[in-house]
Design a protein around this ligand. Structure first.
Ligand SMILES: NC(=O)c1ccc[n+]([C@@H]2O[C@H](COP(=O)([O-])OP(=O)(O)OC[C@H]3O[C@@H](n4cnc5c(N)ncnc54)[C@H](OP(=O)(O)O)[C@@H]3O)[C@@H](O)[C@H]2O)c1
Length: 235
């Protein structure tokens, strides 16, 4: 899909992977909706991207774990630009605790952000994406199919996301909407607490994979991309 003049909504795009994807889409000439929960962060990113790039940028503060706020996010995006071509469900959180430590609150926060939020945003976006033969891209993880200790909540949300994405793809492809998942390994963002990890992927690596995916012509549907660091530390 050519991105010039297209409207792309990236959830969780005030920093990290979502921010890199939003910036790359702007550089490619798309109109971009930036989203996160923190108002100042959204405003700062919108101002900065609007100064530097050819695409136009609009910000919507919304928490995707809250269905009413997803409704506001999708409707304000379409009101601003008149259409929606690409929804990138990127917003996600990870709370890495064993089953014995994981509280109901922290379980729910991960499921509601990483899974419910994707379901609700996608459902609300579908009527608009049908008109544009658009694309939904979910940012998964290698944790969509590799479990690890401390991943009870995160693995549950990401395994669920992979299954949901593939089912959505089968529901929607005959109707002209493509649905894909990008599954990165470790990415050097604030998501991973602690020191910067020089061996990890960068957010820009994940943005490149996402824009590459979007470059495929109408007849081709790359439905899953896995991307991992070339040289992780040996365990
Ligand atoms: N970093 C990794 O190693 C890695 C690897 C594989 C997959 N991923 C996936 O990639 C995605 C992005 O991760 P990241 O590393 O870029 O994380 P990050 O640096 O922590 O950025 C997360 C972004 O999402 C926003 N956000 C969080 N919860 C939200 C909510 N409920 N509603 C709206 N926005 C929300 C954050 O802003 P606010 O806090 O202001 O809302 C921020 O803009 C996630 O789905 C994650 O699971 C990450």
């Amino acid at each position: 899909m050519g991105l010039e003049g297209k409207t792309c909504l990236v959830t969780g795009s005030s920093r990290g992977i979502g921010h890199s994807i939003a910036e790359s889409l702007c550089q490619a000439g798309a109109n971009v909706v930036v989203n996160a929960r923190n108002t100042n962060d959204v405003q700062t990113v919108v101002n900065r991207l609007n100064q530097k790039n050819s695409g136009r940028v609009f910000g919507v503060v919304a928490d995707v774990s809250r269905p009413d706020e997803c409704d506001d996010l999708i409707s304000r995006s379409v009101d601003e630009f008149g259409q929606l071509d690409v929804l990138i469900n990127n917003a996600g959180i990870g709370i890495f605790e064993s089953i014995e430590q994981l509280s109901l609150k922290n379980w729910k926060a991960q499921i509601d952000t990483n899974l419910l939020g994707v379901f609700v945003c996608s459902r609300l976006a579908i009527p608009h994406l049908l008109k544009t033969e658009g694309w939904i891209i979910n940012i998964g993880s290698l944790a969509c199919r590799n479990s690890f200790a401390g991943g009870t909540g995160y693995n549950a949300s990401k395994f669920g996301l992979l299954g949901m994405t593939e089912a959505m793809m089968l529901d929607l492809r005959s109707k002209g909407i493509r649905v894909s998942i990008v599954m990165p390994g470790s990415v050097d963002t604030s998501f991973l607490d602690g020191d910067s990890k020089k061996w990890a992927l960068t957010s820009d690596d994940v943005a490149s994979a996402t824009l590459h995916l979007l470059s495929y012509p109408r007849n081709a549907h790359p439905s899953r991309i896995e991307i991992r660091p070339s040289q992780p530390p040996s365990s």
